[in-house]
Design a protein around this ligand. Structure first.
Ligand code: ATP
Length: 291
């Protein structure tokens, strides 16, 4: 029996390791084939992040020699929701990649709670930020375990709580085996909107002070979109949030909206002040509401 137990136990370990590696943040950004370019500094701090205040100060960045972001400065105070909008290719996702330190900035700085992220360990940095990616990675395991992945070791009660907060309770109760239902390989049995709510549930469970929501570009039906918006509002209550938005309906309630064009901030303000400005935001708003 013991002879069988040891290899099986080892296989279980290998499975968990692979599962962890697959869902890492690089995969979420489609960067799995890329070795992390950034290494921790020798004296990098493990520092636990506090309230989640985020500051970009005069950040410029280029891929190879192509300038992508120029002099980006903004701050998100603890508990605030800030949205970034702009045309496709404006540099929105690049801002998130810099925040996760997939690349270092060319100039300027990014700080969390006043600490430059380049002096933190990658582990500390990633523990401080929960991300709801555009395309959520799901494992061929139960819905319960897929959500618990946000904080391995979380109790069933904790998972039940975040299911409610992410507005998934109704969906879960409609499944034949409830949260024990297996979600298919790559989550094929879930709709885009349900997958994003699973990611929201994971993010709440992770309990990081800073939440990044990378809105799915594919169109969702208005019911799914509404469910996601309501879930997001719930999460935003206890978090500092940064939303990369494609649909402006997601950002109407943001404390601050940053409008990017060709890697530069061209406008900032809340929804109503930006509409009054009659600039790019107001143009995008008119276009989206004509559809
Ligand atoms: P979308 O709304 O379409 O997702 P975005 O505003 O998020 O666009 P980014 O993904 O940040 O835009 O891309 C900004 C620019 O950087 C684009 O022109 C893109 O082609 C380029 N780019 C993105 N990733 C890389 C990369 N790894 N190497 C070189 N160029 C890149």
């Amino acid at each position: 029996m013991m002879q069988l137990f040891i290899p099986l136990n080892f296989l279980g370990f290998v499975y968990r390791e692979i599962r962890g590696a697959l869902a890492n943040i690089e995969r979420m950004f489609g960067l799995l084939d890329r070795k992390p370019l950034i290494e921790d500094k020798e004296n990098a701090k493990k520092l636990a992040i506090g309230a989640g205040e985020l500051t970009f100060e005069d950040v410029s960045f280029s891929y190879d020699s192509r300038q992508i972001l120029t002099s980006i400065s903004f701050s998100i105070l603890p508990g605030q929701k800030v949205a970034i909008v702009g045309d496709s290719g404006a540099g929105k996702s690049t801002i998130v990649k810099l925040l996760f330190r997939f690349y270092d900035v060319d100039s300027g700085s990014i700080s969390l709670d006043g600490v430059n992220i380049d002096s933190l360990t990658q582990h500390a940095l990633r523990q401080s930020i929960a991300i709801v990616p555009q395309d959520t990675v799901l494992f061929n395991d139960s819905l319960l375990e897929n959500i618990r992945y946000g904080r391995p070791g979380a109790s069933d009660d904790d998972v039940a709580e975040v299911i409610k907060m992410a507005h998934l309770a109704h969906f879960v109760s409609s499944l034949p085996e409830g949260w024990d239902t297996k979600v298919g390989e790559r989550g094929l049995k879930l709709s885009g909107g349900e997958k994003q709510r699973v990611a929201i549930a994971r993010a709440i469970l992770k309990g990081s002070p800073l939440l990044v929501f990378d809105e799915a570009t594919s169109s969702l039906d208005s019911h799914s979109e509404q469910a996601i918006l309501t879930a997001l509002k719930e999460v935003a209550k206890g978090h500092t949030s940064l939303v990369i938005a494609h649909r402006l309906s997601t950002v109407v309630d943001a404390d601050q909206i940053i409008v990017l064009s060709q890697g530069q901030i061209v406008e900032t303000g809340d929804h109503s002040s930006l509409l009054k400005n009659n600039g790019l935001y107001s143009k995008l708003w008119t276009i989206q509401n004509q559809k």
